[in-house]
Design a protein around this ligand. Sequence first.
Ligand code: CO8
Length: 267
Amino acid sequence: MADFNNLKLEVEGDVAVLSITRPAALNALNSETLEELDVCLTEIEARDDIKVLILTGGPDKKDNAFKSFVAGADISEMVNFTAPEARAFGIKASKPFFKLMEMRQITIAAVNGFALGGGCEIAMACDIRIASDNAIFGQPETGLGIIPGFGGTQRLARLVGMGRAKEMIFTCDNINAEEAYRIGLVNKVVSTEELMPTAKKMASKIASKGSYANSVAKAAINNGYDMDIHNAVEMEANLFGVVNDTHDKKEGMGAFLEKRSAELTDF
Ligand code: CO8
């Protein structure tokens, strides 16, 4: 793996934990971090040994406590952007963001503090979100005279519905983890201490299932979301055909019928 200034990757069995580590700026996303994320996620996707990826925020500079997931895009970098530079920055971000959404590994955001602006947006690009009870979500962009530009105007409405997305974006009000759970922005809320154990437990459970089947199910969910239901179900039938021609299908069903545990290996 390449060396990174703003990322830390730890692999335990078939689960990887990727931490964004810019303690001087509460893990805010600058160009370098976005470029590193793109390289790192590309490398992870090529690895057969990593089945599930957990994305989280590294510790704060002051007391080494976990205070921020990602406090947004880097305001000090964006402040002097021209329109073409801002557009290029958005496109630079869209590559790793789409990778999190579309890579064959299942992605879990373990949100351990501030998830503001680009931080809320990168969490939303992941398949699943688990929050610690001190997490804070928000889209403060219009208060800065900009709009959410890392997919927030699109992904937030898809996750929580248009009314709540508009309220969060227009008021810039932050919401706590319980409210994020209530509106469907996060899947689960746990104590700070339980955050990583819970994320790792869910990751291990996912990794124990058919990894190829999970990656095909992920593609089916993503691709079908914006299709009309007839085309979407036809696309699902086509992918169902594909997963019927695998080792894991024979092994998974064979093991059930023979009353033994399955050895699922396709990815
Ligand atoms: N960018 C740059 N630096 C930051 C950011 C950020 N987003 N957030 C925090 N920092 C820095 C602070 O400047 C400070 O640096 P220093 O110690 O050198 O003064 C350090 O991190 C610690 O921050 P604070 O002292 O402010 O910590 P507090 O605990 O007092 O406050 C907050 C924490 C509430 C999170 C506060 O830091 C804050 O409000 N941060 C900004 C949050 C924000 O507005 N985020 C949205 C940014 S805009 C965005 O994300 C747009 C995404 C789409 C872009 C599309 C482009 C095409």
